[in-house]
Design a binder for this molecule. Structure first.
Ligand code: ADP
Ligand code: GLC
Length: 484
C-alpha cells in the first residue's frame, strides 16, 4: 500500500503542537509495518520564528528545483528536499513566496493561500514521485484542500483514479476560514464552495476536508463522539453526525524512543518501573533549575502547555493560590498568551520560593519537568487527544485531568482502596472540581506505598505508536476499498 501523509508540521523539523509529534512518529511506525509511507511537508525558511514555533533548516538534500505547480492562474515553482525519519522519506516543499517567512502560521486569507498551494503541490509532487498513492492521509485544515482538489480539479485525472483520502482532525477549533473571493485564485469553482466548503458565508478549509475526504478520523474515540455534539462540534457537528459512519477515533501514540525515563538524555538520572530512585534525583535537579529550595518531600505540581483557553489555564489560574496554600511547589512551562504569562509571573513574584515559571518553548525542560514532577495538570476545556498525560504516565507522574477527549480515554481515576487507576479525573469545568482532585492526589502522595502503586499503574501502560500504526493500517486497508 502506497500512502502519502501530508502535514503542515513534522517533528523534528517544525512544530507548534502535538500534530507535529504525530506526523513525526506515525510514519516511522508505519514504515516499520511495511507500509510505503511518504511524508510531505513545507520547508519553512527565513528567520525569526515566532515564540512557540520550532523550525529547523536541517531538511536533508535538494532533489529537484523545478516542480511546476499550476496555481493562482499561473505556474509556480517549488524546490523539493528529501530527508528520512528512520525508513520513512520526508519530502519538503520549498517555495520562498509562501514558506520563506520565518513563521509556520500567519493569519487569514494569506494562510489559506499558502496551504492551498501546499495542498496542490502535494498532489503535483505525488505525480512526480512515481506510482499513484492508494491513499493520501491529510491532517487538519491546512490539508483540507487536498480532498477538495481531488474531487474537482483532478476528478478526471487517471493518475488519481484509485486514490482515496483520509482526513484526520487534530483540533476542530482551528478551521482555516477565508474569503470566498479567493476561491478562483486557488483553482476552485463555485460548486466546490456550494457543496462542501461554504461555512456560514465564508470558505472553510476544515469543512472542505470534512466534506470531500473519503473517510474521516480523529485522535481519540471520545473526541470522535464529542465533536458530533453542539458543545464540542464548533458548528460542524451536524456535518459530523451526517458522516458518523465514516468517522473513526484512533488514539495517538507516544514515541518511546523520545519519551522514556530509562534512556532520556535530558535527565539528571534515569529510572524505570522497577527502580524509581532516579526520579528523586530528577526532582532535585528540577528544583535546582528553577532555583527553588530542595525540599524533596514536598510535592511538585507541574504543567507544560500552550497557554490557551483550550488547556483550561483559567481553572489553574483560579485554583493556584489554594494549590499553593497546600504547601506544594508549582512549576509551569508555557508559551503563548501574554495575559496568562503576566498572571503566572505575578504568582511567581508573590511566592518565589514555591513557584517556578518558564515562558517560551523548551523541549529539554519539558522532559525534565515530566521526570521531576509528582503531578501534572491538564484540566482542558477540550482535548482531542493530548500527549502530555501519556508522557506523564510513562514518567511516573500522576496526571490530574478533566475527562474530555483523549484525556478521558487514557486516564482512569485512582481509587486508593482498590489501588486501581492511573491518575485523577474530574468532569465539570470548575476550579473547585480541579482542587478536589489535587487534594485527593496530595493525600495519596503522602502515603508512599499508595503513591507507588499509582505510579506503577501509569508506567505499565503501553501507548506505543506501533499499536496506533496498526489501527491506521487497518483503516487505510478498509478505506481504499471505499468509493471516493
Ligand atoms: P497540543 O497539540 O494541543 O498543544 P498535545 O498534548 O497534543 O497538545 O501536544 C503538545 C506537545 O507540545 C507536547 O509534545 C508537549 O510536550 C509540547 N509542548 C507544549 N508546550 C511546550 C513548551 N512550552 N515547551 C516545550 N514543549 C511544549
Ligand atoms: C491537537 C490537539 C491535541 C492532540 C494533537 C495531536 O493539537 O489539541 O489534543 O494531541 O493535536 O493529535
Amino acid at each position: 500500500m502506497r500512502v502519502i501523509l501530508a502535514s503542515s508540521e513534522v517533528v523534528p523539523y517544525s512544530k507548534t503542537g502535538g500534530l507535529a509529534d504525530v506526523a513525526g512518529a506515525l510514519p516511522k511506525a508505519l514504515a516499520r509495518s511495511g507500509c510505503d509511507i511518504n511524508v510531505i511537508t513545507p520547508r519553512y525558511t527565513g528567520f525569526g520564528a515566532r515564540r512557540g514555533d520550532v523550525v529547523s533548516h536541517e531538511t536533508g538534500s535538494l532533489i529537484f528545483d523545478d516542480l511546476q505547480v499550476p496555481f493562482g492562474g499561473t505556474v509556480k515553482y517549488a524546490s523539493v528536499w528529501l530527508d528520512y525519519l528512520d525508513d520513512a522519506p520526508v519530502y519538503f516543499i520549498d517555495n520562498d513566496e509562501y514558506f520563506g517567512r520565518g513563521y509556520i502560521y500567519g493569519y487569514g486569507d494569506f494562510d489559506a493561500e499558502r496551504f492551498a498551494f501546499f495542498s496542490r503541490t502535494v498532489l503535483e509532487l505525488a505525480k512526480r514521485l512515481g506510482p499513484p498513492p492508494d491513499l493520501v492521509h491529510c491532517n487538519d485544515w491546512q490539508t483540507g484542500f487536498i480532498p477538495a482538489y481531488l474531487q474537482s480539479v483532478y476528478a478526471g485525472d487517471p493518475y488519481f483514479q484509485h486514490t482515496r483520502t483520509l482526513f484526520t482532525i487534530h483540533n476542530l477549533a482551528y478551521q482555516g476560514h477565508f474569503n470566498p473571493g479567493l476561491l478562483s485564485h486557488l483553482g476552485f469553482g463555485w460548486d466546490v464552495f456550494q457543496y462542501g466548503m461554504e461555512f456560514h458565508g465564508v470558505a472553510s478549509a476544515m469543512k472542505a476536508g470534512l466534506s470531500f475526504a473519503t473517510a474521516l478520523s480523529t485522535v481519540s474515540r471520545r473526541y470522535a463522539e464529542e465533536i458530533q455534539t453542539p458543545e464540542f462540534g464548533n458548528r460542524l457537528d451536524g456535518l459530523l453526525r451526517a458522516r458518523r459512519g465514516d468517522l473513526l477515533g484512533i488514539l495517538n501514540g507516544v514515541d518511546y524512543s523520545e519519551w522514556n525515563p530509562e534512556i532520556d538524555p535530558h535527565l539528571a538520572a534515569h529510572y524505570s518501573i522497577h527502580d524509581l530512585s532516579g526520579k528523586r534525583e530528577c526532582k532535585r535537579d528540577l528544583l535546582r533549575e528553577f532555583r527553588l529550595p530542595e525540599d524533596l518531600d514536598r510535592p511538585v505540581i507541574a504543567i507544560v502547555s500552550r497557554l490557551t483557553v483550550q488547556k483550561g489555564i483559567d481553572l489553574i489560574a483560579d485554583a493556584i493560590w489554594r494549590i499553593l496554600d497546600s504547601g506544594a511547589y508549582f512549576v509551569l512551562l508555557g508559551s503563548g498568551g501574554q495575559s496568562y504569562e503576566d498572571y503566572f509571573q505575578h504568582v511567581r513574584d508573590m511566592r518565589p520560593s514555591q513557584v517556578g515559571v518558564y515562558f517560551g518553548y523548551n523541549t529539554a525542560l519539558a522532559h525534565r519537568i515530566e521526570a521531576g514532577a509528582d503531578m501534572f495538570l491538564m484540566p482542558s476545556a477540550y482535548e482531542p487527544c493530548g500527549l502530555n498525560q501519556m508522557y506523564s504516565l510513562r514518567y511516573g507522574t500522576a496526571p490530574v485531568v478533566r475527562g474530555v477527549g483523549g484525556l478521558d480515554d487514557t486516564i482512569a481515576n485512582f481509587e486508593p482502596t482498590t489501588r486501581r487507576g492511573n491518575g485523577y479525573k474530574f468532569y465539570e469545568y470548575s476550579a473547585e472540581r480541579l482542587l478536589e482532585k489535587v487534594y485527593e492526589a496530595l493525600l495519596a502522595y503522602y502515603d508512599a506505598e499508595t503513591w507507588q502503586a499509582l505510579q506503577r499503574n501509569g508506567m505499565r501502560a503501553d501507548h506505543s505508536w506501533d499499536r496506533a500504526a496498526h489501527e491506521y493500517l487497518d483503516a487505510y486497508r478498509k478505506i481504499i476499498t471505499w468509493r471516493r
